[in-house]
Design a binder for this molecule. Structure first.
Ligand code: SF4
Length: 326
């Protein structure tokens, strides 16, 4: 069977699956409140490609897609291995950072890698140098600066007034998982997000929204924190970039308003369009449906913006129409 035949079969399965999911989704409220809890990735998704948001958060179709793809391939793909290696890198770093003296190999020995095909094992062992180097870097930082407390993988949530709230609370408006936080003696905070890939020579521009929002979470949770410095650890590139420190007042006066406005504007834009548009951008490169969507998009043809998934995109009009009349 050709790749195109396989794509068409998977697309047909997804279109079938989307019908009952749309019926279910008609109960959902497409509003800022109805689509809560937000996260940086959720609102970036809506902002960059509403159709991807529709598949992921309105229909919850992407899980169904995984199942459909497994019918054709029992093997892990390079994409799925990469996702796994990204999570593994985070876990190993967390483990080594909170257990000083624990080596990469000690930590790796506790992980189950049996499902990783031999040909991809190198992606795991390649983590050794970057993880070890980063932990040494943090140890040097701690010796040089007065770090009072180090936290890994903290879960934060706020209500719509940006007050801390339980992570799973039904009124959670926005949530975040922060990879690494160091609280200094004076309560100022340095917070770092690990990224497996990425190119530090591009700077932090693409991460600014995320970093600012994470800083805002920090000041919401820590009343004595006056400044937050946020940054990105590029694991494979073995580099750390830190933004300039931002003060508490700026977070509440500027970042909070910007974040709220971005979410409201993104939701309003879709309502105005009356459809969840498929927007081609660099996001497509990492999108789970790229081989069914953007790959089959024809230049200047408005009826193929979502490629083989165009019927699902057209159905999204029904969802928005139903919500308008609800
Ligand atoms: S492939 Fe691109 S255009 Fe299609 S849903 Fe994904 S991000 Fe959107």
């Amino acid at each position: 069977m050709s790749t195109e035949d396989t794509d068409r079969q998977v697309a047909a399965q997804l279109i079938d699956l989307s019908k009952p999911l749309l019926e279910k989704a008609l109960q959902k409220d497409f509003s800022v409140k109805g689509m809560s809890p937000w996260s940086v990735s959720r609102y970036k998704c809506l902002n960059k490609c509403p159709f991807q948001f529709y598949l992921r958060y309105v229909l919850s179709l992407l899980h169904a897609m995984d199942t459909a793809e497994e019918d054709y391939s029992q093997e892990m793909t390079e994409d799925s291995v990469r996702t796994f290696v990204g999570s593994l890198g985070h876990e190993l770093l967390d483990d080594m950072l909170i257990n000083p003296g624990k080596t990469f190999h000690d930590s790796l020995a506790e992980k189950d890698l049996s499902h990783i095909p031999e040909k991809f094992r190198g992606m795991v062992t390649d983590l050794f140098v970057p993880c070890t180097e980063f932990v040494q870097r943090i140890e040097s930082f701690k010796q040089k600066y007065p770090v009072k407390k180090l936290y890994v993988e903290q879960h934060f949530a706020v209500d719509d007034q940006w007050r801390p709230i339980a992570y799973d609370h039904p009124r959670a408006y926005m949530r975040a998982k922060l990879d690494l936080t160091m609280v200094m003696d004076n309560e100022d905070v340095v917070t770092v997000d690990h990224k497996l890939g990425g190119d530090p020579s591009w700077g932090l521009r693409n991460y600014k929204t995320q970093l600012d929002t994470y800083g805002l979470f920090q000041v919401c949770y820590r009343k004595d924190t006056k400044h937050v410095t946020s940054g990105v650890h590029f694991i494979q590139a073995m580099d750390v970039l830190l933004d300039r420190p931002i003060d508490r007042d700026t977070f509440f006066r500027v970042t909070r308003n910007n974040t709220d406005a971005m979410i409201y504007n993104a939701v309003d834009a879709v309502k105005e369009d009356g459809v969840f548009k498929a927007v081609k951008s660099t996001t497509c490169e990492y999108c789970e449906v790229r081989d069914l969507c953007v790959k089959y998009r024809k230049p200047r043809d408005k009826t193929s913006t979502a490629g083989l998934l165009q019927p699902i995109l057209e159905d999204s009009r029904k969802f928005l129409e139903a919500r308008k009349n609800a």
